[in-house]
Write a protein that binds this ligand. Structure first.
Ligand code: IMP
Ligand code: MG
Length: 189
């Protein structure tokens, strides 16, 4: 069975452009330099596309957390890499690939607020997956809303660190997941 394409390359780029348009409008009369923070690793394709469509000055930074294991979240968030910019008093934008339970973004927002005392923290996510939301969290800029609970791959989204490197987003078939499990098994030899 072929995999189901949920967002084509064109649909993704349209969603990215529409977020960039709003940000460009917001920073039309720019008076300060915001810091855009990409959440490693999944948000990288989105982050790179988004910042290239923004026409105002910004600083870029990265943070890394982990919470997912295979096809579901563990609910326990680990900070793997912290930011390096000084965020004190800055407008901070967290750029994430997908929001699911909301635990990751709510943890990151709180963590950055408490540790660095930024002026504001704004949340951007390419996909807003709604069914499994556990915390009451508003995504300020969302590209695409999803009402179905589907496990997605591609354009940064991974299955066990694989399947990130496509320019479209898809629902992997059982056979595709099994193939990747097999590759991982072979690696162990
Ligand atoms: P949350 O903490 O449950 O909101 O999950 C957010 C994180 O889980 C995202 O940054 C992704 O890394 C990962 N995630 C959530 N849904 C998916 C999915 O459908 N495919 C791959 N990763 C996902
Ligand atoms: Mg992520």
């Amino acid at each position: 069975m072929a995999n189901e394409i949920v967002l084509t390359r064109e649909e993704i780029q349209e969603a990215v452009q529409s977020i960039a348009d709003k940000l460009n409008e917001r920073f039309k009369k720019q008076k300060s330099i915001p810091v855009f923070i990409g959440v490693l690793k999944g948000a990288m394709p989105f982050f790179q596309d988004l910042v290239k469509k923004c026409n105002f000055d910004m600083k870029l930074d990265y943070i890394q957390v982990s919470s997912y294991s295979g096809t579901s979240t563990t609910g326990v968030i680990h900070l793997l890499k912290d930011v390096s910019e000084d965020l004190n008093g800055k407008e901070v934008f967290i750029v994430e690939d997908i929001i699911d339970t909301g635990l990751t973004l709510s943890y990151l927002k709180q963590y950055l607020k408490v540790k660095y005392n930024p002026k504001s923290v704004t949340l951007i996510s390419l996909i807003d997956k709604k069914p499994l939301r556990k915390v009451d969290l508003t995504v300020d800029y969302a590209g695409v809303s999803m009402i179905e609970n589907k496990f997605l791959c591609g354009y940064g989204l991974d299955y066990k660190e694989m399947a990130r490197n496509t320019d479209y987003i898809f629902v992997p078939t059982k056979a595709q997941l099994a193939k990747r499990d097999k590759l991982l098994e072979e690696k162990k030899d």
